[in-house]
Design a protein around this ligand. Structure first.
Ligand SMILES: [Fe+2]
Ligand SMILES: [Fe+2]
Length: 203
């Protein structure tokens, strides 16, 4: 199958989930911006950004059907992580998207992954920091996204992990924690603390 164009992907996304289309446009815009800023493949970032939530509103039954065949270990974790894996499966099946960078960026956009490449990092960060987001800590993560992709991933992973802990969510997927721990190590705890202090002093 020929490569999907950006406009074709946008049409698919718009038809698939109208109520969430503003979020999709926000993620697409931020992903394009970051791809340009960090010299990463803009086409792959854009397609993955536009289709990242493709399975967001699928029924729990369909998601469980897909997961029980392709990723059975997921079943014991919180359902919020399913749509990344199911979305990756569906875009492959329905649109013939086999590019491993696009597929992995969609698959891991909820949990992150310790070994994300720059395309997956960009989609992960864009999803968390797009302009429509208002959650706690989003401004700090936007600030980090101007500094480096690894720092931005760390900020988003920390925010996600802290949020799930504060909600006392049981069965947090291990990739959520390992993404946070891996990027904290990569950036360095002391460096990260200094950046946080600098950020606070600027407010
Ligand atoms: Fe999502
Ligand atoms: Fe999203």
């Amino acid at each position: 199958m020929k490569n999907l164009s950006i406009n074709e992907a946008l049409k698919i996304a718009e038809n698939k989930y109208k109520p969430r289309f503003n979020h999709i446009l926000g993620v697409y815009e931020k992903a394009e911006y970051l791809a340009d800023k960090y010299a990463v493949d803009s086409y792959k970032c854009s397609i993955a950004a536009i289709l990242h939530d493709y399975a967001k509103f699928e029924s729990k039954n369909l998601m469980l059907d897909v997961i029980s065949i392709y990723e059975p270990s997921l079943v014991s974790y919180d359902g919020a992580v399913y749509h990344g894996y199911v979305g990756a499966y569906l875009v492959q099946k329905e649109f013939g998207i086999n590019d491993v960078d696009i597929i992995n960026a969609i698959k891991y956009h909820v949990t992150g992954h310790p070994e994300m490449n720059d395309i997956a990092k960009i989609v992960y960060v864009a999803d968390y920091t797009e302009k429509g987001r208002t959650h706690k800590g989003v401004e700090f993560c936007r600030y980090l996204s101007e500094k480096s992709l690894d720092l931005a991933v760390l900020g988003c992973a920390e925010g996600t992990y802290d949020y799930l802990i504060s909600k006392k969510q049981a069965n947090i997927h291990p990739l959520t924690k390992s993404t946070y721990e891996t990027y904290l190590k990569k950036v360095g705890g002391n460096v990260y603390d200094t950046i946080k202090d600098n950020y606070k002093s600027m407010r």
